[in-house]
Ligand binder design. Structure first.
Ligand code: NAD
Length: 494
């Protein structure tokens, strides 16, 4: 927990112009270029980031490669690596309050959520993968008596991690920690809209004793620094979280360069399905509102399409509206608010454009739909639409903002068809007291996670893995380590 006094003591701290970390040195961009960091709390400039050039990306990749081949980290004894990763987790926990406030100033996440989901979660992730280092090992395959087949797990080399502006520490840790646990070097590129906490995390990694060059952080625009990583011939893997549009570009970059391995964690349009036999519709409405409106809907797994059995449609919409009215939107650093700011002016504009299109297409606006506190930061009312049909924009496309659509269904089969009726497959929710139906729905919905009688539960030991155009691979769990390893067979004649 953090108190209002603690927040107030940290919220106006001056933030120096930021440098990047390359080969253990904090450096400016090679051409001196910078990008402004604007706080969504008030729309004012907080500081600047270094705008990495292609040459800076090259230097970072070279540093990562050199240290990998030298073995400072890749060949360090497992216990040594574990100790450093545990130390990183300890230092994140020690600095959690300062990092949560810094992150909220940078991307607008409400402080109560920021403290748990950012430093809290990142520390847990580093601990989880630290512990895995000496517990995940190779295999011996059954062979004829005069043969021995050993299956080694080896680090791949240089991992590029490109991450978005929502939950940058949490998602950054989901990439960095398993990649490091496997013995790789990393070049991290945070979003230009939320880099501050990941730069702070890099400082912590240095302080914990991570050898120089093992973690490098490149900042600046996606179109320059991100593209240079995508096209780089000496990055072996890119672990990416972000939009489908950029995911597609990365596939093209990989094809045009070294066919690097890509893991893409992309967007969602997740269905949250309410059957009339749900045990507690009041609870379902409360959790469903949280499932879309927390963090202003800037959550990849947000339950942005509520599908409701027609017999309870009107009653459920009323409950949802009542729950939504309880949210207080405003300054993310005021403990009295439970929804903070939209991260960028551009994102807010996009969210409002979705509202306009939904109205034009015949959707009914139940509540919300407007910008709040115009001219003083980027805030938006939580918004509910009914009468949203499968062919409409709001049903098909990710808003990544505080906008939910409600669509009725009559049968379980229709609910499944509607649930699966988009290009996405990230998350889903099902509310029912019928156990058989719950299992059938889990089986029939095409998404990486299906929540039953809840929405949004997660843990470090379970994977988050998209299906369809929500991506591939899995963040979190022991499976994530496999992404950053090569399997090598030693076939030995005895
Ligand atoms: P984005 O795709 O715009 O940016 C993500 C990252 O890619 C940023 O670091 C950006 O600088 C970089 N980038 C931009 N253009 C690039 C290019 N041409 N080449 C290489 N890199 C480039 O996404 P965003 O707006 O930061 O984040 C929101 C999106 O992320 C949403 O679609 C959301 O659903 C998705 N997301 C998915 C998950 C998941 O686990 N599946 C989690 C969080 C967010």
């Amino acid at each position: 927990m953090i108190t209002q006094e603690e927040i107030n003591a940290l919220r106006h701290k001056v933030i120096a112009p930021q440098k990047m970390l390359i080969d253990g040195q904090w450096v400016d961009a090679s051409d001196g270029g910078t990008v402004d960091v604007v706080s969504p709390i008030d729309g004012k400039k907080l500081t600047t980031l270094a705008a990495a050039t292609v040459e800076d990306v090259d230097r970072a990749v070279l540093a990562a490669r050199k240290v990998f081949e030298r073995g400072d980290w890749s060949r360090m004894a497992p216990q040594g690596r574990m100790k450093i990763m545990h130390k990183i987790a300890d230092l994140i926990a020690d600095n959690a309050k300062e990092m949560a406030v810094l992150g909220a100033r940078d991307n607008g996440t409400e402080i109560g959520m920021a403290i748990k989901a950012e430093p809290g979660s990142a520390a847990g992730t580093f601990r989880f993968y630290a512990e895995a280092i000496d517990k995940v090992y190779g295999e011996i395959a059954p062979t004829a008596d005069n043969q021995l087949a050993l299956i080694h797990r080896e680090p791949v080399g240089v991992v590029g991690a490109i991450v978005p502006w929502n939950f940058p520490m949490m998602i950054g840790a989901w990439k960095i920690a398993p990649a490091l646990a496997a013995g790789n070097s990393v070049v991290l590129k945070p979003s230009e809209a939320a880099s501050l906490n990941l730069l702070r995390l890099a400082e912590i990694c240095q302080e914990a004793g991570l050898p120089d060059g093992v973690l490098n952080v490149i900042t600046g625009s996606g179109s320059m620094a991100g593209e240079a990583m995508g096209l780089h011939h000496d990055i072996d893997i890119i672990g990416f979280t972000g939009s489908g549009g950029v995911g597609r570009r990365l596939m093209d970059y990989a094809a045009r360069s070294n066919m690097k391995r890509l893991y893409l964690e992309l967007g969602g349009k997740s269905p949250n399905i309410i059957f009339a036999d749900a045990a507690d519709l009041d609870h379902a409405a409360k959790v469903s509102a949280a499932g879309i409106f927390r963090n202003s809907g800037e959550v990849c797994v947000a339950g942005s399409r509520i599908l409701v059995e027609r017999t309870i449609h009107d009653a459920f919409v009323e409950k949802l509206r009542a729950e939504t009215a309880k949210y207080k939107v405003g300054d993310p650093l005021d403990l009295g608010n439970n929804i903070g700011a939209i991260t960028t002016a551009q994102q807010l504009e996009g969210d409002l454009a979705f509202v306009e299109r939904a109205q034009k297409e015949g959707g009914t606006l139940v509540t919300g739909g407007k910008q709040l506190n115009a001219g003083q930061g980027y805030y938006m009312e939580p918004t509910i639409f009914t009468d949203i049909k499968p062919n409409m924009d709001l049903f098909q496309n990710e808003v990544f903002g505080p906008v939910v659509s409600v669509t009725p269904f009559d049968t379980e089969e229709e609910a499944v068809a509607l649930a699966n009726g988009t290009d996405f497959g990230l998350a889903a929710g099902v509310w029912t007291s019928n156990l058989s139906r719950a299992h059938r729905m889990v089986r029939n919905i095409k998404s990486g996670v299906v929540h039953v009688n809840t929405y949004g539960g997660a843990g470090n030991n379970v994977p988050l893995a998209g299906m369809k155009q929500s991506g591939n691979g899995a963040d979190k769990s022991l499976h994530a380590i496999e992404k950053y390893e090569n399997l090598k067979t030693a076939w030995i004649q005895l």
